[in-house]
Design a protein around this ligand. Sequence first.
Ligand SMILES: [Zn+2]
Length: 274
Amino acid sequence: MKKKNDLICCRLKRLPNSVLVEAAQTATRINPVNHPRMDGLAGLMPGFRPSPQRIAVMTTSYWGAVGVKLTVGFLDNPPADLRKHILLHMNAWDKQANVQFVPGDTDPQVRISRVGGTDGGYWSYVGTEILHTPKAEATMNLEEFTMETPESEFHRVVRHETGHTLGFPHEHMRRALVEKIDRQKAIVYFKRQDNWDEQETINQVLTPIEEAAIRGTIADPNSIMCYQIPGEITTDGEPIVGGLDIDKSDYTFAGQIYPKQATPVAKKPVAKKK
Ligand SMILES: [Zn+2]
């Protein structure tokens, strides 16, 4: 059972297999960079002919390089101050990136629920995948978030889940970090903490993301996209600290994926010194 002081772990939401190929096509249409680099793969495995399903699994879900502007709605009618506060933290990503989340009541693209139970916890679909979720269902869940929730949790959780909505995967799924986790201990730990069965823990924590899907950054254990992995389940007993807020490398990465356009400023021509 979850104790009061335990941090809830994020569970990455994945689309059902039946729509994966279609969703991958959408992702590649929105941003061609999402398509895995086939030249690299063919070089590693001569004669390799990947199936559409295999390509889909390796396709990332970033939005277009022109930037992200998404409408946000709430499924359970939370008070205005809470809506505003969640949006404020979602928009923290705009510091160095061209990212904007705006309220929208009609067919919002990002739909937030706060449910508990079997579908509870903190989760989000990744990037353009949200376009392939049923319109009446949430794309992000922030279980029991209220204005009484500590501010630190808005930083840790809302910004993290928003990172997924922007297309960012889990940093702790990077091979270098996954290799630090003790498999058996992790399975026992997440069963106890989050009631995940073995397969869920394997999917969420023990399976590194495909190297082909990585955009060339180094694994950053302090990234907001890395969750806390306690020392009791790592092989060297040292915790993976995890990010509590968007860090410098997160901002830089977001800025690379969604660069802010240079705003043309009308300048008076400066007279040259003679
Ligand atoms: Zn997550």
